[in-house]
Each structure stands twice: as structure tokens, then as C-alpha cells.
Design a protein around this ligand. Structure first.
Ligand SMILES: CC(=O)SCCNC(=O)CCNC(=O)[C@H](O)C(C)(C)COP(=O)(O)OP(=O)(O)OC[C@H]1O[C@@H](n2cnc3c(N)ncnc32)[C@H](O)[C@@H]1OP(=O)(O)O
Ligand SMILES: O=C([O-])CC(=O)C(=O)O
Length: 380
């Protein structure tokens, strides 16, 4: 018998598939990819290596990684036709809207776009991972009325992105810090955007359609858009001295605090710990930034007051202050999330479609029954 008690609102706790990519223990704040803790990926690996490991489901050999790295580099440039479209986009739009359109347009220019075989999806994934960086940087430049910068082949994925975004070659430390941020965001189980990508793929639709729908899902402030919303909050708070009164009032009024709370983590999101350490490191080096000090205060009060309820900082809490320290504008925080998550989207689509079944949940019908059509003229 179906009744409202059977509804898993928000699909909480519903298992719909198996995966060998990512494991999360939300109670203890544990995250692994291929069984390896996220802290080790962040410390020892690179975005390129994690992307390949996710696509293939195992740690690559040195030779495989070198080939993948070369493939990514060879695919960094995007067609001029797409750059023209990016340059012609209206000014003042949100870059996530621009990215969604650009990802879709990229599909129009790819002769292999409709190839939904596993080999086809993998080949397209390499182009998507490489080209999201070029596209996002180009959107930034075009929106600023600046020349679009061509990719360089002598820089890492992270370093090249920062170079194309700002026109300046980043220091080794900046490029590595950004690489770590990409590693931390690359995949995260059945989050809303990955689920959306999989739902699209489950109809046997193409990779570009999967990416376009995933970008749309990531954009919202309850998911990837929260990193920008955290920065809005920090700007609203203004100074560290005002943080306590601001956050206390919000919690008293039962308002949501951005960058905290999570469907799965009921303890610290381990990625937020890594990002906090880097944010603190940068803040200490350059004289504690206002942003970091405000976040420290907010974290303390949220954990004190909401910890018992399982509300702790998530990945979006500290990421923005790290990006901001790298000179990146807040509108680009969510596109940067997409720049990293494209790996997880692609890998998850490939994994799911290997043993595909159309995703089609159900809703409990609670509407009227036994009705008949009433002609317009007879309606009150
Ligand atoms: C990359 C990512 O996507 S990470 C998540 C990014 N999103 C954010 O940071 C936005 C802020 N956080 C939230 O809105 C939520 O915590 C979500 C959407 C992430 C998870 O939500 P859900 O699992 O649906 O939790 P739900 O909304 O049911 O909240 C459970 C309880 O905690 C409270 N709560 C949850 N998040 C917050 C928050 N950010 N601030 C204050 N209270 C919160 C809710 O009010 C609710 O309280 P109640 O039981 O008294 O009604
Ligand atoms: O898993 C989730 O629901 C959200 C999240 O943290 C992510 O996508 O990185």
C-alpha cells in the first residue's frame, strides 16, 4: 500500500545504482575516491590524475597519465566559432548561464557528439574536461571586454586555467593551490548535478546534453551556487567584528546560513577542513584576511549552536575565500566548481550507462479523482 510515509522526500537515502568511484561516510566525515581518502588525493595527486582515475576506475600508470595529460593539452583549444559565440553573449550575464550555453553549443561543433558508445563518451569526456577551462576563462575575458587568451601547453590544467583567466602566469604555489581545489571538487557521489547528468544519460542521450543539464543543476544556491552565496554573505557581514551579531540574528530567525549543512555529512565535510587549512595558510601569510576571520567566527557559532543537529561547514564554506585570495571574482566560483566536477559527471555517466536503466521514479498521486471535463462556458 502506497502512502505518504513511503515518500523519500528529496530522494534521501534512496539507492538507485552501484558505484565504485566515490564513498562517503557522512556521520564521520569520510570521503574516498577508489577507496583512497580525499586528503591523500589532495596532498599527493593532481586534477589530471584524479580525472583519469575516475574515468577508468583505477589508478593510472605513469605512461597512461602522461598520455592522458597530452590528450588534455591537445584538446585545450576550442573552435573559433564557439569563441565568437562567447564574445557575442550579452554583457552582465551570470557566467553559469554562459557556461550552460557554451557547453551546449560545443556539442553542435563536435561531429562525434551523438556517439553514445562507451569509447565515444570517453573521448568526448577528455575534450569536455580540457575545454571547460578554456570556455570559462574565455567567458570571463569576454564579459570583461578583454581579449580571450589562448591556452598554453607548458602549464598544468590548473595553472593554464589561471593564466587564461587573468593573463598572468600564476606562481607555482598558486597553481598548486588551485589544483588542490579542483581535486577536492572533482567528484562527490550522487550529488544533485551528477544525478541530473545520470538521469539525462539514462535516456541514452548524448554527453553534451548530460553536461548541459548538470550545469543547470549545479548552478542553484542549494548546491554549487552556495560558494558564491557564501561570498555574498561575507560581503554583507562586512567586518569580523560584525560576524557574531550577524550570524546570531540569522540563527535566531531560523534563516539558512550558506555553506553549511549537507544532505549526507552530519559532521565536518572533510573537503572543508582541507580548504580551511589552505585559507588559513594564505590568510596568515598575507595578514589575516577579513573573509577568513569572518568565516572562523561563523564556523564556531554554527558548530556550537547547530552541531548537535548535524549542521557543519560544507565544501562551499571556505572555497570562495581561497579563490578570492587568487584574485578570482565571486561570479566565477560556481563555474570553477563545474570546471572540476565535469570529471565526476563524465565518469559517473560512463559508469552508469555501462549497465543502463532508464531513471524513472514515481510520485504519490494526491489529486482529485472521478472528475469529468467541464466546458469553459460552464466554469464559474
Ligand atoms: C556542494 C554542495 O552542494 S554542498 C551544499 C551547498 N549548499 C549550501 O551550503 C546551502 C545551505 N545548506 C542547505 O540549504 C542544506 O543544508 C542542504 C540543501 C545542503 C541540505 O539540505 P537537507 O538535507 O534537505 O536538509 P534540510 O533542509 O531538511 O535541513 C534539516 C534541518 O537543518 C536545518 N538546516 C539545514 N541547512 C541549514 C543551513 N544551511 N542553515 C541553517 N539551518 C540549516 C534546516 O532548517 C532543518 O531544520 P528543521 O529540522 O528544524 O526544519
Ligand atoms: O554531495 C552533495 O550533495 C553535494 C556536494 O557536497 C557536492 O556535490 O560536492
Amino acid at each position: 500500500m502506497t502512502n505518504t510515509a513511503n515518500i523519500a522526500k528529496g530522494l534521501e537515502g534512496v539507492l538507485f545504482t552501484e558505484t565504485k568511484l566515490t564513498f562517503i561516510n557522512g556521520a564521520e566525515g569520510i570521503l574516498t575516491h577508489l577507496g583512497i581518502p580525499i586528503q591523500e588525493w589532495a596532498e599527493k595527486s593532481s586534477f589530471e590524475e584524479l580525472s583519469l582515475a575516475l574515468l577508468d576506475g583505477e589508478l593510472p600508470t605513469a605512461e597512461e597519465l602522461a598520455r592522458f595529460d597530452a590528450d588534455l593539452k591537445a584538446n585545450r583549444a576550442v573552435p573559433q566559432q564557439l569563441l565568437d559565440v562567447i564574445a557575442a553573449m550579452p554583457r552582465g550575464i551570470h557566467p553559469m548561464q554562459a557556461l550552460r550555453t557554451a557547453a551546449s553549443y560545443l556539442g553542435l561543433l563536435d561531429p562525434q557528439a551523438e556517439d553514445t558508445s562507451e569509447e565515444g563518451r570517453r573521448a568526448i569526456s577528455i575534450r569536455l574536461i580540457a575545454q571547460f577551462a578554456t570556455i570559462i576563462a574565455a567567458i570571463n575575458r569576454a564579459q570583461e571586454g578583454q581579449d580571450i587568451i589562448a591556452p598554453r601547453m607548458d602549464l598544468t590544467h590548473a595553472g593554464n586555467f589561471l593564466y587564461m583567466l587573468t593573463g598572468k602566469e600564476p606562481t607555482g604555489e598558486q597553481a598548486r593551490l588551485f589544483d588542490i581545489a579542483l581535486v577536492l571538487h572533482a567528484d562527490h557521489g550522487m550529488n544533485a548535478s551528477t544525478f541530473t547528468a545520470i538521469a539525462t544519460a539514462s535516456t541514452l542521450s548524448d554527453m553534451y546534453s548530460c553536461m548541459t543539464s548538470a550545469i543547470g543543476a549545479l548552478k542553484g544556491p542549494l548546491h554549487g551556487g552556495a560558494n558564491e552565496a557564501v561570498m555574498d554573505m561575507l560581503d554583507e557581514v562586512g567586518t569580523p567584528e560584525q560576524a557574531e551579531a550577524y550570524i546570531t540574528k540569522k540563527l535566531d530567525n531560523k534563516e539558512k546560513i550558506m555553506g553549511v549543512g549537507h544532505r549526507v555529512y552530519k559532521y565536518f565535510d572533510p573537503r572543508s577542513r582541507v580548504l580551511r587549512d589552505y585559507a588559513e595558510h594564505v590568510a596568515n601569510k598575507e595578514g589575516k584576511s577579513n573573509y577568513y576571520q569572518i568565516l572562523e567566527t561563523i564556523e564556531k557559532i554554527v558548530v556550537d549552536r547547530m552541531g548537535a543537529k548535524g549542521i557543519y561547514p560544507n565544501v562551499d564554506f571556505y572555497s570562495g575565500t581561497v579563490y578570492s585570495d587568487l584574485g578570482i571574482k565571486k561570479e566565477y566560483f560556481t563555474p570553477i566548481f563545474a570546471l572540476a566536477r565535469v570529471s565526476g559527471w563524465c565518469a559517473s555517466v560512463i559508469e552508469y550507462t555501462r549497465d543502463n536503466r532508464l531513471l524513472r521514479p514515481d510520485a504519490l498521486y494526491t489529486g482529485k479523482t472521478d472528475q469529468h471535463y467541464v466546458p469553459l462556458k460552464d466554469r464559474a
